[in-house]
Design a protein around this ligand. Structure first.
Ligand SMILES: Cc1ncc(COP(=O)(O)O)c(C=O)c1O
Length: 389
């Protein structure tokens, strides 16, 4: 009997080790892992370069307080702001903390310019920004907030695509609009580029901030470093996490200059965030992702994968409703609950994970190989062929 709390509905497999796109179970089975810690292991399992960098740093220095200057963190922040919208970075330990800090500094900005009543954040109903009290309140999800007492105040919600409602919600107390550039947990729902551009214009017109949550879709996942780059828009605040650590827990909030001005000593802090070891791994991930043609290759693999998946969809239109997503953030939306389908994929040694709206999330590592995509396609085809409706 497990002594762990029952907040997860865990599958009954465990793993001994992982290598690249594959996981090896304690029972000696080999699985193609297209979950990758839910878009976390951006460079696959036990990436030799990351292992080397981590080992080297671990024998030098793990942790020092943020009371001191941390060169590895300085370096990572410099790299994250070079050639991006951002001028400043606050490190965190997870995605939830990053979105929490994004909310904090949207409010703090207006406080700093003498408008403390501008503190409300507009979000999409049933979005996902993490699991702290503020983040679940931001999500506008009944399921996530149920039983957790009073919601954190200051959040307003509109339904995905309801632009009229969104415009109506903006008032003198609004500080920001916060959305995921691509809704991950929400079913791999891509916010169209034109829509992101309109959001930017709307925020400029109403003098409010635009927060784009890139915790799941950022750091190369869509074939651009940030997913919002596809729309050529510059947001004000961007929380990131998952992929930047390649499996090591790290989060961060990127801010432009005007927001960063409100970030004065004492306004925020964290014991663990931005440690030498975490930021060393972050730098190692960036070394790989910023290599020539790395992002281009993601787009190439993505096109190949989407073409093949759409072919399967056309062969099995009674099973697959839509292939969604961008880059290597992929959703196979079914016409029915996806649990049995995911189980069948697993029985054929392909690991995937659910998202809302009957969607099967497919999240290969960003350095996935063509023959690994072929293997996944073969398994998905087989499961569709044998699937009993
Ligand atoms: C868009 C988005 N924001 C925030 C989070 C929360 O991240 P974490 O689980 O690291 O706290 C997630 C996690 O899935 C996410 O997808």
């Amino acid at each position: 009997m497990s002594s762990l709390a029952k907040n997860y509905n865990r599958r009954k497999i465990s793993f001994k080790y992982g290598k690249g796109s594959f996981l090896y179970s304690t029972k000696g089975k080999k699985y193609l892992d297209f979950v990758q810690g839910i878009a976390v292991n951006s460079l696959g399992h036990s990436n030799p370069y990351l292992v080397k960098k981590l080992k080297k740093q671990s024998s030098k220095l793990w942790h020092v307080s943020n009371a001191f200057t941390i060169p590895e963190g300085e370096k990572l922040a410099k790299r994250l702001t070079k050639n991006t919208f951002a001028d400043s970075v606050i490190f965190q330990n997870s995605g939830t903390e990053a979105t929490e800090v994004a909310i904090k500094f949207a409010r703090r900005y207006f406080y700093h310019i003498g408008k403390p009543n501008k503190n409300r954040i507009i979000c999409i109903k049933n979005s996902f920004h993490g699991r702290t009290i503020a983040a679940i309140s931001a999500s506008g999800s009944k399921k996530m907030t149920e039983g957790f007492g009073p919601k954190a105040p200051g959040f307003d919600h509109f339904t995905f695509g309801d632009h009229k409602k969104l415009k109506k919600l903006i008032n003198k107390n609004t500080a920001a609009i916060m959305i995921e550039t691509i809704m991950g947990e929400g079913g791999i729902k891509v916010v169209p580029n034109w829509c992101i551009r309109e959001l930017r214009k709307l925020c400029d017109k109403r003098k409010i901030l635009l927060i784009l949550d890139e915790v799941q879709c950022g750091i190369g996942r869509t074939g651009k470093f940030f997913a919002f780059e596809h729309s050529k828009v510059k947001p004000d605040i961007v929380p990131i996490a998952k992929g930047i650590g390649g499996g090591f827990p790290i989060g961060a909030v990127l801010m432009n200059k005007k927001v960063a001005k409100s970030c004065v000593p004492g306004s925020h802090g964290s014991t663990f965030a931005g440690s030498p070891i975490a930021t060393t791994v972050g730098n190692a991930v960036l070394d790989q992702i910023s290599k020539k043609n790395f992002l281009k290759n993601i787009l190439k693999q993505s096109k190949y994968f989407f073409d093949k998946l759409n072919k399967i969809k056309n062969t099995y239109p009674n099973i697959i409703k839509e292939i969604r997503g961008k880059g290597l953030l992929i959703g196979i939306q079914l016409h029915f609950d996806q649990s049995k389908f995911i189980k069948s994929l697993e029985q054929n040694f392909l690991l995937t994970i659910r998202a809302a709206e009957n969607t099967v999330r497919v999240l290969p590592p960003l350095n996935v190989k063509k023959n690994e995509i072929d293997l996944a396609i073969k398994i998905i085809n087989k499961v569709c062929k044998e699937y009993k409706l």
